[in-house]
Design a protein. Sequence first.
Length: 227
Amino acid sequence: MRLMKGRVQQILFIIILLFFIFPLYPDSEKLTITLWGELEPLITLEGEEYPLSENEVIRRVLEHARVIFSAMIYGYGFAYTPYDKQRGISEYFQLEPFSEIKWGDPHLKIIASRIIEKRLYVTISYRCMDFQASRREAWKSLAVPAASGQGTGDYFKGYTEMTTSFKNALKEAIRDYMRKRTFNKPKEIKGEVLLLEMPGTIIRAGEYITTAKIKVNIKEVIPYKVF
C-alpha cells in the first residue's frame, strides 16, 4: 500500500511539474491566413522589376501578414472624430498598435503558395504564445461586441494601399457600430479594436476593397459641449 501510495504521489508530482512547464492554456493556438499579391501589377515603382519575382511578392505579402496578425493578436487603440458638415469638422481617425509582430519572428511561417491567374497566393501561419492566446481569449467574450465594415484604398497608388483599405475597414466598422448607438455625433470616440478573422480583399473599379470583422471596446465618448 505504501509503495502504491508513493507511486501515486510521484505521478501527481510529475503531472504538476508538467503543468508548470507546459501550461494547460491555449498557447498552441495557430492562426492561419491566405493573402495574395500580383506578379504583374498595373502599377509599379520607377526602377522596379517587371514582372515581379515571386520573392518580392512574398516579401510584400509577409509585410501585410504582419499587419493582419498583429491586429488579430494585439489590436489597436483608436481615436475617431466623425465628419460634421454643420460644425465644419473634418473626419479624423488614428490607429495606434498595442504591439506588432516583428520581422523574423520564428512563429511566422509560410505553409504553402500557389499561382492563380498571375497572382501569388500565400498561406501563412502564426503560432501564438500563451500570453498572445490569453489576449485573444479575453476579446472573444460575448460582453465585447462585434462589428464589421468595408474600407477602400486607391489601387493606382500602389500595393501598400491594400493595408490602407484594411485600416479604413476598421474605421468604417467603428463608424457603423457607433452610428447605431448615438443620436448626436460625438466630438471624439476613443477605444480599442481587435481583428476577429482574416479580412477579405478584392480589386474593383480602381480600388482595393477590404471587408473586416472586429471586436470593439469603446472606452470614452466625448460630446460637443456647445453646438
